[in-house]
Design a protein around this ligand. Sequence first.
Ligand code: CU
Ligand code: ZN
Length: 184
Amino acid sequence: MSFNKMFTGIILVGALLIGCQQKEVTVETSTVPQFTKAVAVLHATEGNEVKGVVTFTKTAEGVKIVADVMGLTPGEHGFHIHEFGDCSSPDGKSAGGHFNPEGNPHAAPDAQTRHVGDLGNLTADENGNAHYERLDTHLSLNGPNSIIGRGVIIHAKADDLTSQPTGAAGARVACGVIGVAKAQ
Ligand code: CU
Ligand code: ZN
């Protein structure tokens, strides 16, 4: 074997080793912890008495959403995830519009394309209490559709599920920020 061939061989082996090392680095960056549970505590906006808790739990079939809210007027109330986890303004408008990373029109929660934040309506009983439970396959706790750090808004009126871009659900009566919760 000539010196040149041996030298080329050494370079090839070296390049392979460097290639393997780079591959290992890529694997390491993809082992970022995956969130499995999130929670939003809802506080009333100015002039309202609404409060509640919403949990988001990752399951094999999607994210399970459970909301318990009190202090509502009886009937339906628009229930959405909004773009910003910012409840600092007294009217809740600091939370921005519906969370819509895919650029879709507003729609019902069971629509094939919709805002990721379109969760439909809560239905309050005659005492103003609402319980909501749904499995959702649009939103996520990880990746581009992650809702961590976004806002939850409850509205004064029903979401009609068609009016653009908000479902004509009226004023914001409660606001909460979605945070990472302890996994169970
Ligand atoms: Cu909303
Ligand atoms: Zn929407």
